[in-house]
Ligand binder design. Structure first.
Ligand code: CIR
Length: 263
């Protein structure tokens, strides 16, 4: 059964306003508001019973608060990503010393060039890892990822993406066989066996919710999604991520959630 006891986040920097975006019409994030939302996000995570490691901002990387894209953490070890976005590539190296506090050499692997992979393209369902082939994650990155997982007795399933940035932009697993799906993911055969909760197009951003120890954190402003998650029987925590949405960031991107055995 999935359970998390640790979460890593990174504070946004003032450079956040220069983050990559596909939606410039939403305007640039406002740093002061982003900080308030980040504080609230950390509080939500704490309510889920995890220890939160808060890393300092990295001004040279405008998108570095989206730590999910730097690393994939499985129950067998951590895989350092090789982010496909040029301006973000160095973020994985910045994350590695923190990952080393939790995992030894033997339990840290790397995706290396010409392979690229961003954690936003990876969705964990038990011991199966769905990975989106996207503009950020390429075939060679997926090949390396699958090989590492196989060595650990874990499974990789490739999902080709057509429209969205990352896999988890449009599909998120809430445990207990429940999956939030929007857009192109509604009909994908890879997800046929799950109890799919269909997110309406006008609330597509709300498909990016996170399950943390039985509670589900839902972005503020997506009432259909919120109600659907409540109807599934979860305790819901709502938080505002509107400043991050302006640069294509959602709830999952803002943290790395994992379990480590402690003695
Ligand atoms: C980017 O384009 O890389 C950032 N502006 C947003 C990253 C979102 N991360 C994610 O979905 N995992």
């Amino acid at each position: 059964m999935t359970k998390f006891n640790h979460v890593i986040v990174r504070r946004p920097g003032k450079s956040l306003c220069d983050g990559i975006t596909s939606a410039p019409e939403l305007g640039k994030p406002i740093y002061e508001k982003a900080i308030v939302q980040h504080d609230a996000y950390i509080e939500c995570l704490k309510q889920c019973g995890v220890e939160v490691t808060v890393l300092p901002a990295l001004e040279e990387y405008p998108d570095s608060c989206f730590v999910e894209d730097t690393c994939v953490i499985t129950r067998k070890g951590a895989i350092m990503d090789n982010p496909g976005a040029g301006s973000r590539n160095g973020e994985a190296k910045e994350m590695e010393p923190t990952i080393r506090k939790f995992f030894d050499d033997e339990h840290i692997k790397h995706i290396v060039a010409p392979g690229t992979l961003e954690g936003g393209d990876v969705m964990m369902v038990g011991d199966t890892f769905y990975v989106g082939k996207s503009a950020r994650t390429n075939e060679e990155g997926i090949r390396q990822f699958a090989e590492i997982l196989e060595g650990w007795g874990l499974k990789c399933v490739e999902v080709p993406l057509e429209l969205v940035l990352h896999l988890k932009t449009g599909v998120n697993y809430l445990e207990n066989n429940n999956m939030l799906v929007s857009g192109e993911f509604i009909t994908k055969p890879e997800f046929e066996q799950y109890n799919k909760v269909i997110v309406p197009e006008e609330e597509a951003y709300g498909a990016n919710c996170i399950w943390v120890n039985g509670k589900v954190i839902v972005p503020e402003g997506y009432p259909t999604v919120e109600q659907a998650v409540r109807d599934l029987g979860y305790e819901v925590i709502v938080t505002d991520t509107s400043e991050y949405r302006k640069i294509d960031g959602g709830l999952s991107c803002l943290s790395l959630r994992f379990w480590v055995d402690e003695d």
